[in-house]
Design a protein around this ligand. Structure first.
Ligand code: SF4
Length: 468
């Protein structure tokens, strides 16, 4: 039912607001799409850090008033998580919070460190004892060992040793630090609310709490916030930024602004470009909801073929949904989607989805659309074929499970049983972002091209990084 790449995490932080924990709860609620497995909040009252973390959705984990009563203070950070690095283990729920010789520190991480395994081995050899299996804990150990005086310098000393993707928010009793890796793989935004600074993975978190979006934290930038205000640093060696283009395709919410563009408009432009690259005679354009919606609207606008809601999604299916019993038949994708026969019957249909990962869901959806009476089904995909796994904070299946790694477009067309299939080209994808500000700025598109912008240790060719 969920044949998609999965974003692993979302982060939020606020400094200097009397409702810090409550606002963090709301911020995480808005970022729930970035991780549904576990969540947590750590708050500071200026003298001590207190936290609450658990498995479950934000609204379920933080539903009791006494939890908020246990999170007093004017600053807080929060995290939503969908695990890969470190696996599913309650100890890996974030924010990670520890006491060390300089006091308390908590950290929330969106991304994935490609050299975490090497660093962890070295730390363990020299006596470190780890309490989680998450790559993020490596940063905490490096920071605790750093020989500098200021928190900012310790964070920089730690992060100079790691490679990969990180949008991080740290909280101590008196400071909040937010950092984005030099490649800027994951988004991280800065806002303000009633004089308090707010940071979040996406601007949709600011919209909910009515915070003002100031700007994005730049690739390689660190901001340190304390009672004296905000200071910005660029402490890392400069490199060409390579933000994740898949944030535009699927991960980010369409009502967010990231990497300098409104996600909704970029997604619609993907659809327009797709219509230019793969035109077809058809009667109706429809989306695989919800993520295919903006691109389908763009496709319809560009092609002049009317857009209709041909598939309706049940929004009340949780990740933990289990079919009631093997004694009744397997319902598969019908649990999640239902076709609108009046829209489809006798029509030549264009179906727009944002990506095809294994192809299994597309095949079921097309079968469902044909059963509803479609005369023809033309699949259009608003991204190129996904043929390579991600090592920068996205949960992807192993390479051999990615249908495009071993099948041509024509073979995929046969497998999913469409009349035709058309993918957006990598060039069309890049052009449609409209963000090409010259040679100093490009996007990571490694899951389409295999061109990885940050090197990683030798891996089994068909697997994601196996951490710990
Ligand atoms: S490999 Fe794909 S999903 Fe991973 S960061 Fe690059 S573009 Fe994003």
């Amino acid at each position: 039912m969920f044949d998609k790449f999965n974003d692993e995490c979302g982060v939020f932080g606020i400094f200097g607001h009397p409702e810090a924990a409550n606002l963090t709860y709301l911020g995480l609620y808005a970022l729930q799409h970035r991780g549904q497995e576990s969540c947590g909040i750590v708050a500071s009252d200026g003298t001590r850090l207190r936290g609450h973390r658990s498995y479950g959705l934000v609204a379920d984990v933080f539903k009791k008033d006494e939890i908020f009563a246990g999170l007093p203070g004017r600053s807080a950070i929060g995290h939503v998580r969908y695990s890969t690095a470190g696996g599913s283990d309650v100890r890996n729920c974030q924010p990670i919070s520890v006491e060390y010789h300089r006091g308390g520190i908590a950290v929330a991480h969106n991304g994935n460190l490609v050299n975490a395994s090497e660093l962890r081995n070295a730390l363990e050899q020299s006596g470190s004892i780890f309490s989680t299996t998450a790559d993020t804990e490596v940063i905490v150990h490096l920071l605790a060992r750093a020989q500098c005086d200021s928190l900012g310098d310790r964070v920089v000393e730690a992060l100079r040793q790691v490679r990969g993707a990180y949008s991080l928010v740290f909280l101590t009793e008196t400071r909040l630090v937010a950092v984005r890796d030099p490649n800027g793989f994951r988004p991280l935004c800065l806002g303000k609310l009633d004089g308090a600074y707010v940071v979040a993975s996406e601007t949709c978190a600011f919209d909910l709490i009515e915070a003002e979006f100031i700007r994005e934290i730049e690739p390689g930038e660190m901001v340190v916030i304390d009672k004296n205000g905000l200071k910005s640093f660029l402490p890392f060696d400069k490199t060409t930024p390579s933000p994740c283009i898949f944030e535009f395709i699927y991960f980010a919410r369409p009502d967010s602004t990231i990497f300098g563009r409104e996600v909704y408009n970029v997604r619609k432009e993907f659809g327009r470009q797709l219509a230019r690259e793969h035109a077809v005679d058809a009667d109706v354009v429809m989306a695989v909801p919800d993520s295919g919606m903006p691109a389908a609207i763009g496709y319809a606008e560009e092609s002049g073929i009317p857009f209709q809601l041909g598939l309706i999604r049940n929004h009340y299916i949780g990740r933990t949904f289990i079919e009631p019993s093997q004694s009744i038949r397997h319902f598969g994708v019908k649990i999640k989607l239902n076709p609108v026969r009046e829209v489809i019957e006798g029509k030549r249909v264009v179906v727009v989805d944002d990506s095809i990962v294994r192809g299994t869901t597309s095949r079921k959806i097309i079968k469902m659309i044909r059963a509803a009476g479609a005369a023809e089904v033309h699949m259009r995909v608003s991204s190129p074929p996904t043929a390579f796994p991600c090592y920068y904070g996205i949960d992807t299946p192993s390479r051999k499970e990615l249908i495009a790694s071993s099948h041509s477009v024509e073979e995929i067309n046969r497998y999913i049983t469409s009349d035709t299939v058309g993918y957006l080209t990598p060039e069309g994808l890049r052009a449609a972002t409209g963000c090409m500000a010259g040679e100093s700025y490009s996007f990571c598109d490694a899951c389409f091209t295999g061109q990885y912008p940050v090197r990683f240790p030798r891996l089994k060719a068909d697997s994601q990084l196996g951490l710990f």
